[in-house]
Design a protein around this ligand. Structure first.
Ligand code: SF4
Ligand code: SF4
Length: 386
């Protein structure tokens, strides 16, 4: 089997793995460590919020991965940031005032939050103590999954939507990033076009542009007509274009069935044979690759000549969000200072990455790094102090 040498080859060969940190996830310590772990595991792209602090954290994680394992150099993942052309579940934060919560509430919001973003109650925060609202959500950790909102028995949780001002932030972010993603929805041609005009000057300098869109109606082909219109109004055309079929947003960690919606949507987009690659997202998890294989939707292995195979439309990549983030335990402190834990997490991450991107050599190298880190930890634990 031919192993892709870089992100572009992975995309062409149908072995593209993207880690989604989240368009609104701003926990810089976690983003840094996730970027480190998934870079070492062989990710092709890391998708983060269009926020300078977050982007720098990801850059740092990727850079550290290259110093730790020079053998993996040359396989640096691309860094992507996300924009939206209107209201979108990926661009929102939950909010409530702790002081409004009845003291006897069993706090279902805290239990359901996958990001530990709901602050624990402080006894000093009794009702009416302060005139000013006391936010109950740790904003940087909230990635807008929305699960807390319906579980509050008092309806106190609200969603605050936001739009990233692409024209303002891109000049600062361009030195760090390789790709952008635009989140859109069927029927927003005008909003998309407006955003595209703000981005147009940057497009030739990007390695890839991804368009992320959910289905509007599973019975109709409206999304295909919409994406076709978007393609027509994209000028200049991006050097690489990726259609991200956003099935059930931010749900991959919920269960096996969440992967169905994105596969169903991907089949629709594939059948339209739009120019560009098709990549899944939204509900992807440990079952996604097996399901794609059973449906014969994955790209066949590349031929020895390295030519991509284009005759049958197939999925060229998978993006994993909540499932990939929760799969590993990266903590908040620099993970490279705990080498054994680092390589344990890399091994877990690689088990997911290798589903779409098999690489026996990297698997072996990771196991050797883990063995070495374990031996070093044992030696330090038994060393007799002078
Ligand atoms: S929206 Fe999701 S991540 Fe944010 S606080 Fe609610 S449950 Fe947590
Ligand atoms: S469930 Fe509602 S009332 Fe209870 S702690 Fe959460 S926000 Fe407050």
């Amino acid at each position: 089997m031919i192993i892709p040498r870089n992100s572009l080859e992975a995309l062409k060969f149908g072995q593209w793995f993207k880690l989604i940190c989240g368009a609104s996830y701003q926990d810089v310590s976690k983003v840094r460590n996730l970027s480190l772990v998934y870079s070492l595991a062989g990710a092709d792209c890391i998708d983060v919020a269009a926020d300078l602090a977050v982007v720098r954290a990801a850059v740092e994680g990727i850079a550290i991965s290259q110093t730790i394992a020079p053998a993996f150099c040359g396989q640096r993942p691309w860094l992507m940031v996300s924009f939206n052309d209107g209201a979108d579940p990926h661009f929102r934060k939950a909010w409530f005032d702790i002081q409004s919560c009845p003291t006897d509430c069993s706090r279902p919001c805290e239990r359901i939050c996958p990001a530990d973003a709901i602050l624990p109650v402080s006894p000093s925060l009794s009702i009416g103590l302060s005139q000013v609202a006391v936010p109950g959500v740790l904003t940087e950790r909230c990635y807008g999954c929305g699960r807390c909102v319906p579980v509050c028995p008092y309806g106190l949780l609200k969603e605050h939507a936001f739009t990233v001002a692409a024209g303002d932030v891109l000049p600062t972010l361009m030195p760090y990033i390789d790709a952008i993603e635009i989140h859109t929805q069927v029927g927003r041609q005008n909003e998309f076009e407006h955003l595209w005009h703000q981005l147009a000057a940057y497009i030739p300098h990007l390695k890839l542009v991804a368009i992320s869109c959910p289905d509007s109606d599973i019975q109709s082909n409206a999304i295909v007509d919409y994406l076709t219109q978007l393609y027509q109004l994209m000028e200049p055309k991006p050097s690489q274009l990726l259609w991200q079929t956003d099935g059930r947003p931010m749900s991959g960690d919920i269960g096996k069935g969440t992967t169905r919606a994105t596969i169903r949507l991907a089949e629709k987009v594939l059948n339209a044979r739009l120019p560009g690659y098709v990549q899944l997202a939204g509900g992807t998890n440990d079952y996604t690759v097996a399901k794609l294989r059973s449906l014969d939707l994955l790209s066949p292995p590349p031929s020895t000549s390295g030519q991509e195979q284009t005759e049958t439309p197939s999925i060229h990549g998978i993006a994993y969000g909540s499932y990939a983030r929760r799969l590993v335990n990266v903590g908040d402190s620099p993970l490279e200072k705990r080498p054994e834990q680092l390589w344990q997490q890399v091994q877990l991450a690689h088990a997911l990455v290798s589903q779409i991107k098999p690489n026996e050599l990297r698997k072996y190298q990771i196991s050797q790094f883990l063995k070495q880190s374990h031996c070093s930890a044992q030696t330090s634990a038994t060393a007799i102090p002078p």
